[in-house]
Design a protein around this ligand. Sequence first.
Ligand SMILES: [Zn+2]
Length: 219
Amino acid sequence: MTVLADDPTSAAVLAAMPCYPIPLHGRSPGLDALRVARAGQGVAVGHDGVMLILRRPWLALDVRVAPPIAAYLPYGSVGEPKADLRCGFIPRVYLMSVLDHFRAALPNEAAAFIVWNEKTGEFAVNFPVIEDATPSRLVYRIPTLPPDWHMVCDIHSHGRGSAYFSATDDADDAHATKIALVFGRLDHPDRPAMASRLCDSGMVLPLPRSPFSGGADAA
Ligand SMILES: [Zn+2]
């Protein structure tokens, strides 16, 4: 029988997206290395489901991508899902500055990015170059980040409109790993409306909690 890793086709597929059977006791050197990797991805197969394991300098994500397999597998458990911010919670002052910027842009839509430096641990707000902005449409350039900086949050406003992810937003978010936030009703006297999600590999996941420090809500 051919050993899987000696089969060039299987080896190429596994190199693109490694697949780890989970031992009964839950750990293996390969899985342990992926879990602590600075950046990497793979799928772990257990008797109780399939977990996508994604690591970015700022994010540690374990998310179930398939239900339990209805067959006997001599495998262990995939464990609990998680979505941990390795960069820590984002100081709320950055959110306040983004919302001030969005209100100043009314009635037009606007955008901002919260970026994080993995060497220094500092956050910063990046306001992109806007090519066209109206109350219902926004065209802007995604910033090219210097080395060590990572986009954590991609935030845009719907001006006075409601907060939701449009079909255009879905297309924009399909190929990035980031937290996406939309704010609406920015003319409202109290807090604006917000929609949030975590994007990865074409998946969109609910955010388990606000990425900002302090308070249970994001705004
Ligand atoms: Zn939108």
